[in-house]
Ligand binder design. Structure first.
Ligand code: SF4
Length: 428
């Protein structure tokens, strides 16, 4: 049975067994607002890491076309939580006060000597816009609100490799840079309050000139207007990443650091592997085994992220359900509530369930409204996110397709990375 067929069959069986509760008709579901966005513009990459959650690499061709990318930005701008609240209150101001930690990290004078666990966690919290002191002001009153800084993370694949082609021609890196710069200009124009994070492996920085050229193009159009959203570079560093040609990781970091200072943006941020846990999905699903990973080959040749133990972990959803597909709601007055979702966008312009870019809520480029409603109503996402259904649901999946390997034990027997196998059709 192929993946789509299997998904349809399990939805049908879940309904019959009462595991899938009644979901309201799609047209009656409120349109959720968007707050944070993770956007993989391409699966193409200039590296091919063993643990890559999106299975990216030089052989991958998927990318968002430039014209679809512009539509995506328009669609996001039309449906942000900030717009929804502004439309409701008319005269409203938001104030996002950043946590002291973020200010400290973005103003660091020199690169840290190494990416310790604590530093890695701090960087991750900042990357996720956590711990902001946010206030909303309207009608001469001001109220604390719980949602953090809205932001868009441009990721992949490698953002530097986007867009791979245009008009059937493979683009040179200079042409790609022009497109990247235009895209960033459009994001800044349409989403002025948004922070923009460019997630990169940094391998473009083969020389100081090249690092300067790239960072200048990325930042010249994305700089803050009236101190609103900022642009920041976040470099992914761990023992599975290769340095650029004829360079070391340390040289690469130093070049990017100097460029960020030269173009007057925040010091670069760093992304390690959070909690030393490798998600058992993407390429790790075919290149690694679950459990402790002690004797692996460090191909970074760097002391920057000096870690020698990881755990390759299945994704146990039994206690909380899937956090990736949850949203939240904001009460804006006694009568009105807004549903909010953070979204993951795939290179094909569809909304995906999680950062591994699996699952499909539909075509966000051409049908954003129904796609956003599906965030609430998609039957599989619905069962995955509810802790009271998730175990029975995934056990049903394994029962219906015995080629799926169950990793958990006892009552969690079907939890493991079952959702990944169900959604991708991959097995090992
Ligand atoms: S650099 Fe990042 S996107 Fe590219 S293969 Fe490695 S982990 Fe994946």
């Amino acid at each position: 049975m192929d993946a789509i067929n299997l998904q349809q069959q399990v939805i049908k069986a879940a309904k019959e067994k009462g595991i899938l509760p009644q979901i309201p008709e799609i047209s009656k579901i409120p349109i959720p607002a968007i707050h944070k966005i993770e956007w993989d513009l391409t699966f193409r990459c200039n590296d091919r890491c063993k643990h890559c959650v999106t299975d990216s690499g030089p052989e991958r061709k998927e990318f968002t076309t430039f014209s679809d990318a512009i539509k995506i930005i328009d669609n996001i701008a039309e449906h942000t939580l900030l717009k929804r609240v502004r439309d409701y209150f008319k005269d409203v101001e938001f104030c996002f006060k950043p946590p002291a930690k973020l200010k400290e990290l973005e103003n660091l004078e020199n690169p840290p000597k190494e990416l310790t666990d604590k530093l890695s966690r701090d960087y991750l919290d900042c990357l996720h816009g956590k711990n902001y002191d946010t206030t909303i002001k309207y009608n001469n009153t001001s109220k604390k609100i719980s949602f953090g800084r809205p932001h868009i993370r441009l990721s992949g694949g490698e953002f530097f490799m986007w867009p791979y082609r245009s008009d059937n021609k493979i683009l040179s890196y200079k042409k790609r840079l022009e497109k990247q710069s235009e895209l960033l200009k459009e994001i800044r124009k349409k989403l002025p309050d948004y922070d923009i994070w460019i997630l990169t492996n940094g391998r473009f920085a083969t020389s100081q000139e090249k690092a300067d050229e790239v960072i200048r193009c990325w930042t010249k159009n994305a700089s803050p207007i009236d101190e609103q959203g900022k642009v920041r570079i976040c470099i992914s560093i761990d023992p599975f990443h290769k340095p650029p040609s004829s360079s070391t990781i340390e040289e690469m970091l130093s070049r990017i650091w100097k460029s960020c200072k030269k173009f007057n943006i925040s010091s670069p941020f760093f992304y390690g592997i959070p909690g030393r846990e490798i998600y058992y999905a993407g390429r790790a699903f075919s290149t690694m085994k679950t459990g402790d990973l002690k004797n692996f080959k460090d191909i970074s040749g760097s002391k920057f992220n000096p870690i020698n133990n990881y755990c390759v972990a299945t994704n146990d959803l039994s206690n909380t359900g899937c956090n990736e597909v949850t949203g939240f709601s904001v009460k804006i007055d006694n009568n009105s509530m807004v549903l909010v979702n953070n979204i993951n966008i795939s290179p094909d312009g569809h909304l995906a369930f999680c950062c591994a870019q699996v699952g499909d809520y539909g075509d966000f480029v051409n049908d954003p409204v129904n796609t956003l409603r599906m965030l609430i109503a998609h039957p599989i996402a619905f069962m995955l996110r509810k802790k009271e259904f998730v175990v029975s649901f995934l056990n049903l999946v394994v029962e219906m397709d015995p080629t799926i390997k169950a990793y958990g034990v006892r009552r969690n027997a079907a939890v493991g990375s079952t959702c990944y196998q169900l959604l991708t059709g991959k097995r090992n």
